[in-house]
Design a protein around this ligand. Structure first.
Ligand code: PBG
Length: 329
């Protein structure tokens, strides 16, 4: 053996060499910044469960978009809050809703930024579920797959017409990627892409988001349509189906407790891959930082590096703006 260490000590001791041979680099270009868009004007209200994140009206969303562009971030993901919720989530497919309005504004003011829209009903339904609720055979509630897919298709078309570059279905209904793809193509939106939440687990890490989106289910849980955290092989099947149905990017969500899944998805499919560094992962870091328990900057960069190292090309993270700055320092 000529060298007795995995990284020769002569290189390890030199900063330029550590920089040159570093295997993974997170840059602003890998990051997507999520926004919660609310009806109204000039609104920017901090979300109590997610310090540093805000509910913004469409005009303020455009201001945020400009800031992201200046920081080198290339894409935004938008969630909508309706003015009124109802059982069928009607505002989700209202062309005058906050998300389409913000998409139009951003595409006018910061056209170079990619705009991704979340396609789901849970923020818009009065019961907080991701689809149409019906009584099942045993008298229990059930989210009906096929009637939900019809509404998701309408929502995706509204977003595409407003100018979204990618639509991102996060509901986990079966066959929704294929149905959205066909509808987009049929309406002349061949260039609008699909970022599929392909392997989305039923996770406690979504807690702070549900407060932010006011979307906690009013009864039951999401276990009938989101994945069991114990299942790995099922994730690979979910991803494969979404790729076959026409997804352009596949996502694993959450990120940190599922890095093994992310790694396997990247290795098996070698396809554009995203990971969602979700609200619970964000708020744990923020609250620990507020208490002075951790070095926030170092921890955020370590977390994002681990997600990229595991296989994500695209990382959706509430830390995006700060991380874009820190990673360039
Ligand atoms: C809606 C949706 C959720 C998230 C993204 N889209 C919540 C859920 O499924 O309950 C979670 C995002 C986060 O926690 O940051 N279907």
């Amino acid at each position: 053996m000529i060298s007795d260490s995995a990284r020769p000590r002569r290189l390890r001791n030199l900063k330029w060499a550590r920089d040159m041979f570093r295997e993974t680099r997170v840059t602003a270009e890998n990051l997507v910044y999520p926004l919660f868009v609310t009806p109204g004007k000039k609104i920017k209200k901090e979300i109590s469960s997610m310090p540093g994140c805000f509910h913004v009206s469409a005009d303020e969303a455009a201001v945020e978009a400009g800031k992201c562009r200046d920081l080198g971030i290339n894409a935004l993901l938008m969630f909508g809050l309706p003015s009124k919720k109802d059982p069928l989530g009607k505002e989700a497919y209202d062309p005058k809703g906050p998300v389409p309005e913000a998409v139009r504004l951003i595409k006018r003011s910061v056209p170079e930024l990619a705009v991704i829209t979340d396609v789901c009903l849970c923020e818009y339904t009065s019961h907080g579920h991701c689809g149409v609720v019906k009584k099942g055979p045993g008298g229990d509630f059930l989210v009906d797959n096929d009637s939900t897919v019809e509404l998701l298709v309408k929502e995706a078309l509204v977003h595409a017409r407003a100018g979204a570059d990618l639509v991102a279905p996060s509901d986990m209904m079966d066959n929704r990627v294929g149905a959205i793809r066909r509808a987009l193509d049929g309406a002349g939106f061949q260039q609008t892409g699909i970022l599929s939440y392909a392997a989305k687990y039923s996770s406690a890490f979504y807690g702070p988001f549900r407060e932010a989106a006011e979307s906690a289910p009013q009864f039951g849980d999401r276990k009938t349509y989101q994945m069991d955290p114990a299942n790995f092989l099922e994730a690979l099947r979910e991803v494969e189906l979404d790729i076959m149905q026409g997804a352009d990017i596949v996502m694993v969500k959450p990120a940190l407790a599922y890095l093994d899944v992310l790694r396997a998805v990247k290795e098996k499919f070698q396809f554009p891959t995203a990971a969602y560094n979700v609200s619970g992962e964000y708020s744990m870091v923020k609250l620990a930082a507020q208490k002075g328990l951790i070095n926030e900057k170092a921890m955020v960069l370590e977390i994002l590096t681990s997600i990229k190292r595991a296989g994500a090309d695209m990382i959706i993270t509430y830390h995006a703006k700060e991380a874009a700055k820190w990673s360039a320092e």
